[in-house]
Design a protein around this ligand. Structure first.
Ligand code: COA
Length: 178
């Protein structure tokens, strides 16, 4: 198929922005792996904490923003953290982003991600979804499984940054002296 009115224009000198949406309740090393690799592809990555009406987050929006910011630090000006309550494609267009980044962990992610990407494409032709394979070491983790392990005193070290581990211990075990 040749050039159509929907073909994204690629201008070599233009800075590229990608939006990485998710609930991030909390951010894990799997998410960080995806963000770091997205930074190799795009000039700017906006981590967009989105409202998923089907989820009841453990951490408030402010807590999730703080936990993400502590992963990257102010010196990393190519990473931004934001929140959005509308459609992700509308947010991506507002930000001038050319892509939405999603991580794929296993075949089980595919159906949902495929449906989401097609719906997003139907809503906004100019914003493409880019899938990155989650690093092998993080293939089995999710925010829920980390929370469950932390709640029951399971060892989650190495799966989330230390400050996230402490935040989880503070939420679930008020007597924790970390
Ligand atoms: N490492 C670790 N975990 C990962 C991961 C990775 N690389 N990639 C995904 N996950 C996990 C997450 O931790 C999360 O775990 P949880 O379910 O236990 O919380 C799960 O996979 C997937 O969640 P997430 O990536 O946070 O996405 P989501 O399913 O909560 O959906 C949006 C978030 C932003 C995609 C969705 O809410 C959305 O699009 N909202 C806006 C409305 C909209 O535009 N809808 C679509 C068109 S109608």
């Amino acid at each position: 198929m040749g050039y159509t009115e929907h073909t994204p224009k690629i201008v070599a000198s233009e800075k590229t922005t990608a939006v990485y949406p998710g609930t991030f309740d909390p951010i894990t090393n799997g998410h960080i792996d995806i963000i770091q690799r997205a930074l190799g592809l795009f000039d700017r990555v906006i981590i967009a904490i989105a409202i998923n009406s089907q989820k009841k987050p453990l951490f408030s929006l402010k807590e999730r923003i703080d936990l993400i910011n502590q992963c990257f630090g102010p010196e990393n000006d190519r990473v931004q953290v934001d929140t959005t309550s509308g459609l992700i494609v509308d947010y991506a267009e507002e930000q001038g982003a050319c892509a939405i980044v999603r991580g794929l962990r296993a075949v089980s992610d595919f159906d949902y991600e495929f449906q989401l990407a097609l719906m997003n494409r139907k809503l906004a032709r100019k914003v493409d979804t880019i899938f990155l394979m989650t690093g092998f070491r993080w293939i089995y983790i999710s925010s829920s499984i980390i929370k469950d392990a932390a709640k029951h005193n399971g060892d989650i070290s190495g799966l989330v940054p230390i400050h996230v581990q402490k935040a989880l211990q503070n939420k679930y075990h008020a007597d924790y002296q970390g």
